[in-house]
Structures are given as C-alpha cells and as structure tokens.
Design a binder for this molecule. Structure first.
Ligand SMILES: N=CN[C@@H](CCC(=O)O)C(=O)O
Ligand SMILES: [Mn+2]
Ligand SMILES: [Mn+2]
Length: 321
C-alpha cells in the first residue's frame, strides 16, 4: 500500500541497532523494518505468505493524567522501538513503521480519531496493524481503527481480548486510560452490535465492586490473576476464540508482575507470569484470527534497565511470527 498517503504527526525515522552484517542470516528488527517514504527493508523484499504488518506509535499519556495515574507513557513508542531494534528478526513478513500520532496537550479524543483513521486505511489494505501506546487510552484509538473497517462492516464477528489487571470499564465524565472498554461497549451498542470483551489477569483488589458489576452487566468474560495457570488460561482463550472471526488483542503491561514490568503507571503486586502471557500471544497468533494488536501503559520513566520495554518487544516479536 501507499503509506505516504496516511496522516501522522511524526514520520518514522530509520531504526538503529547492533549490526552483525547484511542479509537474512544477520537480520535484526532494525534492518527488517521499512520506514517510508525513503527507507526500505530487506525483509519487505522477501516473498512471504504471512500478511504484511504495519506499526503506528500513539504518543499519549493524557488518558493516564485524566485517570490520576503516573504520566510518562507518551515516551513509550520510542522506548519499544529501541528495544525491538536489536532483536534478531526470525519472521518472514514485511514490517513497516508509519510513524507516530502525537496527542498534543489535552487533545486526546482528536488524536484517537486520527490514529483510528490511519489504522482503518491500513487494515482495509490488508495489513496486520499494531500500535505502540501510549496509556491504555490507546485502546480506544485501536477500536476506532478496527470498528471502521470493511471487515466489521461486512459482519465479521469482532472479539476484544485484553491482557490487563484492570477492567478499564470506568464511567467517567471524559475518556481516560480507565474508560476505553466502556466506550467500546457504548459504541458497539450504538452500531447495533454487542461488544464481545474478555480480560485475562484481573486483580480483584484493584477493581472496585462497581467495575465488577459493570463487567457482569456487559457479560464480560474474565479470568482473575490468581486463576491464570497455563491450562486454565489456554482453555479460557480457546473458548473466546471460538466465538469470534477477528481478534483485537490489547496488552496492558501491568498484567505482568511488577518485577517483570516495573515501568508502568500501576505496577501489579501479583501479576500473570510472563510464560502464560507469551503463550496467550502464541495461541492468538496461531488461531489465524489476529487482526490488530497494541501494547499499552509502558512508562519508561519508571522502568528498570529497560526491563518492561524489553518484555513489550519480546511479546511483539512473538505475535509477529
Ligand atoms: N489504565 C488504567 N487503569 C486502572 C488504573 C488503576 C490504578 O491506577 O490503580 C484503572 O483505571 O482502574
Ligand atoms: Mn488497562
Ligand atoms: Mn491495567
């Protein structure tokens, strides 16, 4: 597709990383990712049966600020790109970085709409899209992109799978990082559909009764963090996948234990082990139903030795195999 027709605020700049040489045997992410208009990738030239992928950064922490959280997630897209850059690239699909949508000041809703339009254009052109957030207000930008596609208009059954310690179903006066899935439920109802929403990793003490009540009213499927054994999680995800044609997967990094993901606004005391979260990513990718995904809530200011950024990069690498 012609990526130069997309409206973003900051075009992608060339990626960097360790250089062991040219060609597929030495290829790392920084060498595989194309950055239009000038940058081309050697991987993009290789024939592949897998759908091409395109990534968009969403530089926002306005939703976190409105939700009284620790701001800093606007710097996350750059930190994730840096962590991904030096990972070895074992995939075969073309990957394009189209740059960032930047939320200026409090203009969150406008930024979400702008990101949504760029995503819809890429999805309709056959790209597997992913967004590097941003606070979890990123999820509503992702939803706008997915909900605007021809696939959804033509009746594809959409499922939203959130890996998160929180429901993010808050009823608030304005959109925040804590509201995106209630916004989705309302938007789906307005479109004459019902939101099919499932969450893996809910922390009971970190979600009030009203959030559980809302989840029950909306028939949200969820698995508590303490119930996330490998077997139960795989069975939960498998049942969910049976009910959908296309999946929007959203990873809020605070689903992981704080020792694994310290660089988030709300670190988890308990958390779901990384091997379980990685297995969910493999399972969703293997289903052939993955349509779009995002990674949210990284806050580089609170990260330790880029631990959280590296975990985000690892999960993205897993999803794109
Ligand atoms: N995206 C953030 N969600 C959580 C944050 C909770 C917290 O800061 O403790 C929420 O709003 O519930
Ligand atoms: Mn969240
Ligand atoms: Mn969360």
């Amino acid at each position: 597709m012609d990526f130069t027709s997309l409206t973003v605020d900051t075009p992608a700049s060339a990626w960097t990383g360790r250089n062991d040489g040219d060609g597929p045997a030495h290829r790392r992410w920084w060498q595989a990712v194309a950055t239009p208009p000038s940058g081309t990738s050697d991987a993009a030239a290789s024939p592949s049966s897998a759908a091409p992928a395109a990534l968009l950064g969403f530089r926002s922490d306005e939703g976190v600020r409105r939700n009284a959280g620790r701001v800093g997630a606007a710097a996350a897209p750059a930190a994730i790109r840096a962590a991904l850059g030096s990972l070895a690239f074992h995939g075969s699909r073309a990957v394009t970085d189209v740059g960032d949508v930047v939320v200026a000041g409090d203009a969150l809703e406008e930024g979400q709409a702008r990101a949504g339009r760029a995503l819809t254009a890429m999805l309709d052109a056959g790209q597997l899209t992913f967004v590097l957030g941003g606070g979890h207000e990123t999820a509503f930008a992702s939803y706008l992109g997915v909900a605007g596609t021809a696939a959804v208009a033509n009746g594809a059954r959409l499922g939203v799978l959130n890996l998160d310690a929180h429901f993010d179903l808050r009823d608030a006066p304005a959109p925040t990082s804590g509201t995106p899935f209630l916004q989705m439920a309302r938007a789906e109802a307005a479109a004459g559909r019902e939101l099919n929403y499932a969450v893996v990793g809910i922390s009971e003490p970190n979600n009030t009764r009203v959030l559980f009540d809302t989840a029950h009213e909306l028939d949200v499927k969820y698995l508590l963090d303490e119930d996330c054994s490998a077997e139960r999680t795989a069975a939960f995800v498998s049942s969910f996948l049976e009910t959908v044609d296309i999946v929007y997967l959203t990873i809020d990094l605070d689903v992981l234990p704080a020792s694994v993901a310290p660089g988030v606004s709300a670190p988890a005391a308990y958390g779901v082990p990384l091997p379980v979260i990685a297995a969910v990513c493999r399972q969703v990718a293997a289903s052939g139903k993955l349509f779009h995904f995002d990674v949210a809530e990284l806050n580089p200011e609170f990260d330790i030795d880029n631990r959280t950024a590296k975990v985000a990069a690892r999960l993205i690498d897993t999803l794109l195999r």
